[in-house]
Design a protein around this ligand. Structure first.
Ligand SMILES: NC(=O)c1ccc[n+]([C@@H]2O[C@H](COP(=O)([O-])OP(=O)(O)OC[C@H]3O[C@@H](n4cnc5c(N)ncnc54)[C@H](O)[C@@H]3O)[C@@H](O)[C@H]2O)c1
Length: 337
């Protein structure tokens, strides 16, 4: 029986679909294409040689979501659809609450109506950042305090709480929340990758656009953090490792009977912004001009995962290194330039 992947045409969703299909799972994609292109779905088929039923629907339109459940015998849902730009969420909180929360509620109601109780939710390391001691350089475990600093993060934390309540109300619900750290890179085919609309918000999409001459230089926000070179340290993870994490989580869902559990998906290794810039230049032989800009509000010195729980319980571990991430990001950018 197929897995419904909401947001399956997006960056993480498309790679996750490839990993699932390669492991023999059947999938259906629902995506309103507000931040992606239908071509990504065609590329998933091209890479895997499998058909991918696609519904270009909006989760806020409950009737169309219901029609998918009516038509397809869905066994589980991987819920990635949502808006994700922190800065935009501060300027337009209602847009974020409407899309991320209402979309999730519609989806959960349809799941309940059609007896689908298995879900993997795309959460984020952002659920920890509001509680971080700014000077601390400790790895984050799933037991670390949760707090957020912006509406985007609040939608993630709220949805985790909604899912916890749902499981509490009916223990048959079987839910895994995956807290992603910082996915970068692309599938080795370069057919799919991170191709954001407009000026990128994240570091690697920005770097590749500087490398290709689309943008003039990189702004590094702050070089006076309490880190080895003063720039912020984060846990970057190869997108295919992250995608494989969903396969591991899906196997776990199939094995266990009910629960709400959160797992960090990260490498456990922190890299600074300058580490990324220097590794990108070394691996790809391209210089990245940069300037130091003021710190951004809400940024912390260091944020990286303790991935032990996922290693132990999901039998999953990130395998690719930073050079792989930089190389695959650049190959993908060249393929679309
Ligand atoms: N990329 C990251 O660094 C990161 C980190 C942590 C968590 N996440 C979360 O992972 C998920 C996927 O992120 P991504 O980087 O692939 O983003 P993305 O924007 O590439 O993918 C999200 C997809 O959801 C679709 N979508 C949005 N709203 C929709 C709606 N109402 N109905 C149907 N489709 C809708 C978009 O068209 C897009 O294809 C998001 O929930 C995001 O918050 C991402």
């Amino acid at each position: 029986m197929p897995i419904l992947v909401t947001g399956g045409a997006g960056y993480i969703g498309s790679h996750t679909c490839v990993s699932l299909l390669k492991k023999g799972f059947e999938i259906i994609v629902l995506d309103n294409l507000c931040n992606s292109k239908e071509n990504a779905v065609k590329c998933i088929s091209r890479i895997t040689g499998k058909d991918v039923p696609f519904y270009p629907y909006d989760l806020r339109d409950k009737e169309s979501v219901r029609s998918v459940f009516e038509k397809e015998a869905i066994e589980a849902v991987i819920h990635l659809a949502g808006y994700k730009a922190v800065g935009e969420s501060v300027r337009e909180p209602l847009k974020y609450y409407e899309n991320n929360i209402l979309g999730t509620l519609n989806l959960l109601e349809c799941m309940r109506e059609y007896g689908v109780r298995n879900m993997i939710f795309s959460s984020s390391a952002t659920v920890y950042t509001g509680a971080l001691d700014k000077a601390s350089a400790k790895a984050l475990t799933e037991e670390s305090p949760l707090a957020v600093t912006n509406p985007y993060g609040r939608t993630k934390l709220m949805i985790e709480e909604i899912l916890r309540d749902l499981h509490q109300s009916d223990p048959v619900w079987n839910i895994i929340s995956l807290r992603y750290f910082n996915p970068i890179g692309a599938h080795e085919s370069s057919l799919i990758g991170d191709d954001p609309n407009g000026i990128p918000n994240n570091l690697m999409p920005y770097i590749v656009q500087v490398a290709s001459g689309k943008l003039e230089k990189l702004n590094i926000f702050g070089n006076d953090y309490n880190t080895k070179d003063g720039t912020g340290v984060r846990d970057y993870i190869h997108i295919m490792d992250l995608a494989d994490g969903h396969v591991a989580a899906m196997k776990k869902l199939n094995d266990c009977g009910g629960g709400f559990t959160a797992y960090n998906l990260g490498t456990g290794q922190g890299y600074s912004v300058l580490d990324i810039v220097n590794t990108f230049s070394r691996v790809n032989g391209v210089e990245i001009p940069y300037v130091i800009a003021p710190r951004r509000e809400g940024d912390v010195d260091t944020c990286f995962a303790d991935p032990f729980k996922a290693e132990q319980e999901l039998n999953w571990k990130a395998m690719r290194n930073l050079a792989d991430m930089c190389r695959d990001s650049w190959y993908f950018q060249q393929s679309i330039s």
